[in-house]
Design a protein around this ligand. Structure first.
Ligand code: SAM
Ligand code: SF4
Length: 333
């Protein structure tokens, strides 16, 4: 019988998000500073170690895995990891293997991802304007991401667009993006900017309330309540005119913590039990201490026993200090 992961508040943890690298080929302004210092390669777990860690979680009842980063598809040989993880779909031990990506490498990898059992992916795209895209990602190539989305759809992957809602940047584009997603058969999620990591500007200057965005969208679109739930911070509606799902991720509100089903693993083997807290458990030491997976399983249980009830995000206009010191690219959202 599986010794499931149940936290002190009775929530079953069956969803693991794995950041396979902190590196990225973009420098999105809300995510990273321009001159990021990345982890020395020696500190990053090998793909074999990451695979063993994931297997440890699957043994303990994790049913869904999301690979993220940094940009996961820039990690060398990452398809090997997808192949290994995809085997758990074949055995029925895993329900879903998925990916969050900036889309820059999808033209190259979309078909391989499908072959590994991936069926749905999230692609981050904050604007449909190529100049603005370059401005916000600093290094990104818009046409390449568009080609990547084409390749993903051609390969049979369902694509959801993730857009961070940023004040004075893209609030005038959401109508167009919703229409575009409708035409292309894409779902979309709007994300409130979270105060994670020092990005060299006051977070209050980026913050756009999604409650306000939603009120504005309702002038143009019929947003029908949907009972679609993921156990995460998104609430979904169906856009009647397009038939597509539209999600609102409002991490600064607390209303999703009760149903939280997830933990986040970094590429150094650190487990964050809550996106909005600094507490973390080191799984690298137990992983390396013994070839016996029981040691690892005990360490995972010990970490889940520390999962907090909820997060403590605050955006303070008088301070530029982030309420969570790590950047989003450490855990991958
Ligand atoms: N590089 C991949 C990508 O961009 O999709 C995966 C990692 S990225 C950190 C995951 C998601 O986090 C992206 O959708 C990105 O827009 C979002 N993100 C990054 N920093 C954020 C922040 N401070 N607040 C809200 N969302 C953020
Ligand atoms: Fe890279 Fe994704 Fe962060 Fe943008 S949001 S810098 S693509 S990790």
């Amino acid at each position: 019988m599986i010794d499931r992961l149940i936290d002190p508040f009775g929530r079953t943890v069956d969803y693991l998000r794995v950041s396979v690298t902190d590196r990225c080929d973009f420098r999105c302004a809300y995510c990273m500073s321009e001159d990021m210092t990345f982890l020395p390669k020696a500190e990053v777990l090998s793909l074999e170690e990451l695979e063993r860690l994931c297997r440890g979680f699957i043994d303990l009842g994790v049913r869904k895995l999301r690979v993220t980063g940094g940009e996961p598809l820039v990690r060398r040989n990452v398809m090997w990891l997808f192949q290994q993880l995809g085997r758990h779909l074949d055995t029925g031990d895993l329900d879903e293997l998925t990916l969050t990506t900036n889309g820059s490498q999808l033209s190259r990898y979309a078909a391989d991802l499908f072959a590994c059992g991936v069926r749905r992916i999230n692609v981050s795209l904050d604007t449909l304007n190529a100049d603005k895209f370059l401005a916000i990602t600093r290094w990104g190539k818009f046409d390449r991401v568009m080609a990547g989305i084409d390749a993903a759809q051609e390969a049979g992957l369902a694509v959801k667009i993730n857009a961070v809602a940023l004040l004075d940047f893209n609030e005038d584009e959401f109508d167009r993006m919703i229409a575009w997603c409708g035409e292309r058969g894409l779902d979309m999620t709007l994300i409130e900017a979270m105060p994670m990591g020092d990005v060299g500007q006051n977070r209050a200057d980026q913050h756009l309330s999604l409650a306000e965005v939603r009120r504005n969208l309702e002038q143009t679109w019929t947003l029908q309540d949907s009972d679609y739930q993921t156990g995460g911070p998104a609430s979904y509606v169906t856009v009647a005119e397009t038939g597509r799902k539209l999600g609102f991720i409002t991490p600064l509100s607390h209303n999703f913590c009760e149903a939280c089903n997830r933990v986040r693993l970094t590429c150094t083997g650190t487990l964050f039990m809550c996106l909005g807290q600094n507490d973390a458990a080191d799984l690298r030491a137990p992983l390396r201490a013994s070839a016996d997976d029981e040691v690892l399983r005990q360490a995972i249980h010990g970490a889940i026993a520390r999962k907090p009830k909820g997060h403590d995000f605050i955006i303070d206009r008088n301070s530029t200090d982030p309420s969570v010191v790590r950047h989003m690219s450490v855990t991958g959202g």
